[in-house]
Design a protein around this ligand. Structure first.
Ligand code: ADP
Length: 557
């Protein structure tokens, strides 16, 4: 742009200079010719008057001043020439100026010399005696004038050239620099040219529009990134060429890759042929899915084709971690099977006893024994059903109310319910520790305290003791139930929290145990946002410690 402006300004000035110089040269030349012609006119008139009075002798007394005078008879014969001997001159009758002078009294002609630099101007006048007087003067041609003035012309041209270059440079700068300095961030604040105002206004509007669209785009991009970054599901988007356009952290973990995979082919980061095949299937049919196990977890992968235009289709890969769902389903199946089995055993026993009574095989005191057995089994069944109901409620996550209570007083209340059971087992129960004020759900606390104290008495020894201690630990409340009972073997300590797990089945049956108590305790402790720990040595006793936040996380809903 700058070069073009410079070239056109410079070119125009050169052209103007050339035209002006040509015009000036023309005017100067025509002025020279005018002056010479009038001088020649004066000279011939003066000479004619002289010759008419004195004849050719006139020329002997005067200086010709560089002019050539020729006196020609009407026959064309030259009788006098001021510069050339007349013997060398031929008849001049045919000369244009002579002919014209003979005819009209005055003749004029111009003839070029051998070079183009000079020409000769002839003016002829018929004298009263019929002879013709001719004066000739050499004069410069226009070309000769130009050549002789070449040096000053060149100097003028060079100066003009430099000046026009400088001006063209200044002018092009004065046009370009304001344009270059336009602040495109705030076009309307520029006052470069008035003429640019509509353009700059339009630019400001466009700029604002682009900016708002850019902000919208950025915020939706941010939203999209925030959503996919926080998604638990893995997500990969590929373009029609199979290159990865977007990948979220969950997918990076699944495919064991980093952000560096962006722009690379999906088949490069995933070597499993099952996934490759599923991608091909999705490209053909629009959708495919597969289940696969990786790092001990179960995943479902859904692949869908996204058609953006006729021949362009990307792929979306969604990876779901189904481990927890599959594990929960398996647990539910196992639980149902275990429940049926656990319910069946006492039912069979009841049926057996009832049959013996019904058939009359059991007689006398035996009837009372079998009736007692039926009661015991029914009691066991009730205990089992009770525990199952409690567990189901916990599993369902039924919202429970929180209320403020004092932990130690609450545990003392609970312990009071075990007085007769403890006396029966000959076990001493003591509650000790700090008072702890908290806001919690009474039902969950009940499940924990009831089951722990019941176990501590149930699995105790004759003359043994149970100590329940309350306390604080940082922001948590602590309940510790320690007994001097039979203890739990090391290999069973982890498993006692599983549903229906019992260390000694026959003993547990005897004591009416269901194998659900500790799993209810663990579930309730988790629901309170707490933890459970167990220490036990067989033959010495067991201590179970539950800690949970003083203000529990279980919200009223
Ligand atoms: P159960 O209804 O059989 O008591 P739990 O889930 O409460 O079921 O306990 C699981 C098993 O852990 C019990 O069968 C028992 O063998 C053992 N156990 C629980 N508490 C104690 C304890 N305080 N002392 C010894 N063993 C215990």
């Amino acid at each position: 742009m700058r070069k073009r402006i410079f070239a056109s300004i410079f070119g125009t000035s050169l052209l103007v200079i050339a035209v002006i110089m040509t015009i000036v040269m023309g005017i100067v030349y025509s002025e020279i010719i005018k002056v010479q012609t009038s001088e020649l006119e004066n000279d011939i008139n003066l000479a004619a008057a002289g010759v008419e009075q004195q004849g050719a002798d006139y020329f002997t007394d005067i200086s010709t001043g560089g002019n050539r005078y020729t006196l020609i008879l009407s026959s064309g014969k030259v009788i006098y020439d001021s510069q050339v001997p007349i013997s060398q001159l031929g008849n001049h009758k045919n000369r244009l100026e002579v002919q014209e002078a003979l005819k009209t009294g005055r003749g004029e002609s111009v003839r070029y010399s051998t070079t183009r630099m000079e020409e000769t101007h002839y003016v002829a006048k018929r004298l009263d005696d019929g002879n013709v007087l001719r004066v000739a003067a050499k004069r410069i041609t226009l070309f000769g004038l130009v050549v002789s003035s070449l040096q000053p012309i060149m100097i003028v041209l060079a100066v003009a050239l430099l000046v026009s270059m400088f001006l063209a440079y200044r002018l092009s700068n004065s046009i370009i620099i304001p344009l270059q300095n336009i602040d495109l961030e705030q076009p309307v604040k520029n006052y470069a040219y008035e003429e640019l105002a509509p353009v700059l206004n339009k630019m400001t509007q466009q700029y604002a529009l682009i900016n708002s669209q850019k902000r919208e785009l950025e915020s939706s991009q941010k939203e999209f990134n925030a959503i996919i970054s926080n998604m638990e599901e893995g997500l990969i988007l590929t373009g029609s060429d199979g290159r990865i356009l977007s990948i979220n952290p969950s997918a990076m973990r699944f495919f064991r890759t980093t952000r560096e995979c962006l722009g690379r082919d999906i088949t490069v980061i995933e070597k499993d042929s099952k996934i490759d095949l599923a991608i091909l299937k999705a490209k053909e049919n629009g959708h495919s899915s597969l289940q696969m196990e990786r790092d001990g977890r179960e995943f479902q992968i859904n692949i869908s084709r996204v058609d953006s235009s006729k021949n362009r289709s990307g792929i979306i890969i969604l990876v779901f971690d189904n481990t927890d769902r599959i594990y929960a389903e398996r647990n539910r199946r196992e639980f149902t099977a275990n429940v049926s089995h656990e319910l069946k055993t006492p039912m069979h026993s009841i049926m057996g006893s009832a049959e013996l009574i019904e058939s009359g095989i059991a007689q006398g005191d035996d009837v009372r024994v079998f009736a007692g057995k039926i009661r015991k089994d029914a009691n066991r069944l009730l205990g089992l059903i009770d525990d199952i109901i409690h567990l189901s409620r916990l599993d369902e996550g039924v919202p429970l109310k929180r209320e403020p209570l004092e932990l130690r007083a609450y545990i003392e209340e609970e312990t009071a319910n075990f007085i007769s059971f403890a006396r029966e087992k000959n076990v001493a129960v003591e509650v000790t520790g700090d008072t702890v004020f908290l806001v919690t759900t009474r039902e969950l606390l009940h499940e924990i305290v009831y089951n722990l104290i019941e176990n501590a008495i149930k699995y105790n020894v004759d003359g043994g003791s149970v100590t329940v201690t309350t306390g604080h630990e940082k922001e948590n409340a602590v309940i510790e139930v320690a007994d001097t009972g039979i203890g739990i073997p090391a290999e069973d300590q982890e498993r006692v929290f599983e549903r229906f797990y019992r260390v000694d089945k026959s003993r547990s049956k005897e004591t009416g145990g269901t194998g659900l108590g500790l799993s209810i305790v663990k579930h309730a402790a988790m629901d309170l946002g707490g933890e459970i720990g167990l220490k036990s040595s067989p033959g010495k006793g067991t201590t179970i410690r539950v800690t949970f936040p003083i203000i529990t996380i279980k919200e009223d809903e």
